[in-house]
Design a protein around this ligand. Structure first.
Ligand code: HH2
Length: 262
């Protein structure tokens, strides 16, 4: 799943794809690199982000969804019901629901649905990173939502632990280490680690060498690609059925090699 954020403020690609032609080119590039799904989002859910009005969110995402829908499977990354319905009408075939509450849209329209674990609104979620057993609690939450969706008639249901959403680095690593427990539920698992801040943890306390080409430290956001590839490949080897990434070519290559070796 390749990420296409049409936002001014997404944490790693905010402002890069606001212009329609640039967004379309980038989406097509990700498809050429091996993305099976393009995940279009019009609202940042990074910690501390402010909500976007549904009308503005639709203005951002609908034209690109219409343009891409005939070329590739499009998912709509939203927590707003009206936006999800409009996106499906525009051609989206998957509702990537970070609020895990919009399964009725999928039930009514026959599209797929992703339930992601996010225990609190982005604006306040940093203070909600408290769990006794993060893996057990996330699994129970997702099982409950997935069963409700299935009972409502959704045939394609995905579960996603919501890496980085109200979770410390230790929580994120626990979820990755014990991802097989989520996979064992039988629901297909989607995992998104791409460029997230916990990936800089191994470099904490020591300066990484500057990237010889780009000059920036390899721990900074655009240089978290290696860590994204490593954790995405790990997730696939642990049984994830899909990974959500900004850097499609490198992840596809690593995952394909890992599949050949396993
Ligand atoms: N992460 C982000 C957004 N949507 N959807 C799923 N299913 N899983 C994820 O892990 C996930 C997601 C956050 O990343 P990004 O879209 O790059 O940033 P922002 O929310 O700032 O737009």
């Amino acid at each position: 799943m390749g990420v296409l954020n049409i936002t001014p403020d997404s944490f790693s690609d905010g402002g890069m794809w606001l212009e329609f032609d640039a967004a379309l080119r980038h989406a097509r590039q990700m498809v050429a690199e091996g993305a099976d799904v393009i995940d279009v989002g019009g609202e940042s859910t990074r910690p501390g982000a402010s909500p976007v009005a549904p009308g503005e969110e639709m203005r951002r995402v609908l034209p690109i969804i219409e343009a891409l829908a005939g070329e590739v499977t499009v998912s709509i990354d939203t927590r707003n019901e009206a936006v999800a319905r409009a996106a499906v009408a525009a051609g989206a075939r998957l509702v990537n629901d970070v609020s895990a509450s919009l399964w009725r849209v999928a039930a009514d329209t026959g599209v797929g649905w992703v339930a992601m674990h996010m225990p609190a609104e982005p604006s306040v979620m940093a203070s909600h990173a408290h769990y006794d057993d993060v893996v057990a609690e996330v699994t129970a939450y997702l099982l409950d939502r997935a069963s409700q969706a299935r009972r409502a008639g959704v045939t394609e249901v995905w579960i996603d632990p919501g890496i980085g959403f109200a979770k410390t680095a230790a929580h994120n690593f626990s979820l990755l280490r014990r991802l097989d427990e989520l996979v064992a539920t039988g629901w297909p698992v989607l995992v998104g680690t791409s460029r997230k801040s916990f990936l800089a943890a191994p470099s904490a306390g020591r300066a990484l060498p500057a990237d010889p080409v780009k000059g920036a430290s390899m721990g900074s956001v655009p240089e978290r690609m290696e860590a994204t590839v490593a954790t995405s490949t790990w997730a696939i080897l642990k049984g994830a059925s899909m990974v959500r990434v900004h850097d499609v070519a490198s992840t596809v290559m690593a995952a394909s090699l890992a599949a050949m070796a396993s």
